[in-house]
Design a protein around this ligand. Structure first.
Ligand SMILES: Cc1cc2nc3c(=O)[nH]c(=O)nc-3n(C[C@H](O)[C@H](O)[C@H](O)COP(=O)(O)O)c2cc1C
Length: 190
């Protein structure tokens, strides 16, 4: 049996990145609960060709690869730094290219990072409506972390780490349930 493919997408534009660290932490937790193949992409991988594209056809090869990885994944961990109180413009720009049918019924875990705690509810108020549009199967626990939750690039806050564990475990559970439901039941959800 092939392992489910989980893709992490982090909207950071520089490395090291707190957002990427958080995305990878949730992927790692999911992997601790079930056998998965996980791969993370960030906007450094996508390159500047992402922002320059006005249509899917104009995407550079690196950006197209990221888009196709998102569309073909069995589940996602998506994350963005908070810019001006929301996910970044480039994060939305990428998802504007995603086929509206590609994420229907797919498990999606949501994470975000910000400079402080003021915008912690961005995960509920910005991300959830977007993935609601896509009809994704959203993981109940979201994860937000701010600068003070990291030390030397590592996630140190016990409360955030607990939420990472919950999100990863719930993501693994949703993936397993989706695999058990099979393609016929999934088709009925569209
Ligand atoms: C243009 C810009 C806008 C930002 N706006 C916010 C904001 O509104 N709220 C906030 O908490 N942090 C804000 N930040 C801080 C980043 O969200 C924070 O440093 C984030 O953790 C960076 O993630 P990264 O390490 O993955 O790049 C902003 C940073 C930049 C560069």
């Amino acid at each position: 049996m092939t392992r489910p493919r989980l893709v992490g997408l982090s909207a950071n534009i520089q490395r090291p990145s707190k957002t990427r660290t958080l995305v990878e932490a949730v992927l790692q937790e999911a992997g601790a609960h079930a056998p998965i193949d996980a791969r993370t992409f960030d906007f450094v991988d996508a390159g500047s060709g992402l922002g320059a594209a006005w249509s899917r056809d104009e995407l550079s090869l690196p950006a197209r690869r990221v888009l196709e990885a998102i569309e073909s994944a069995d589940g996602l961990v998506v994350g963005s730094p908070v810019y001006k109180g929301s996910y970044t413009g480039l994060f939305k720009h990428l998802f504007d290219f995603v086929d509206p049918a590609a994420l229907v019924g797919k498990p999606v875990a949501i994470v975000a990072t910000g400079g402080g705690a003021r915008h912690a509810l961005v995960v509920e108020h910005s991300f959830r409506p977007l993935f609601g549009f896509f009809g994704a199967l959203q993981v109940p626990v979201t994860v937000y972390a701010s600068d003070g939750d990291f030390a030397d690039g590592a996630l140190t806050d016990a409360g955030v780490r607990q939420r990472v564990g919950q999100a990863g475990s719930q993501l693994a559970g949703l993936l397993a349930g989706r695999a058990a439901a099979g393609p016929v039941a999934l088709a009925a959800t569209r």
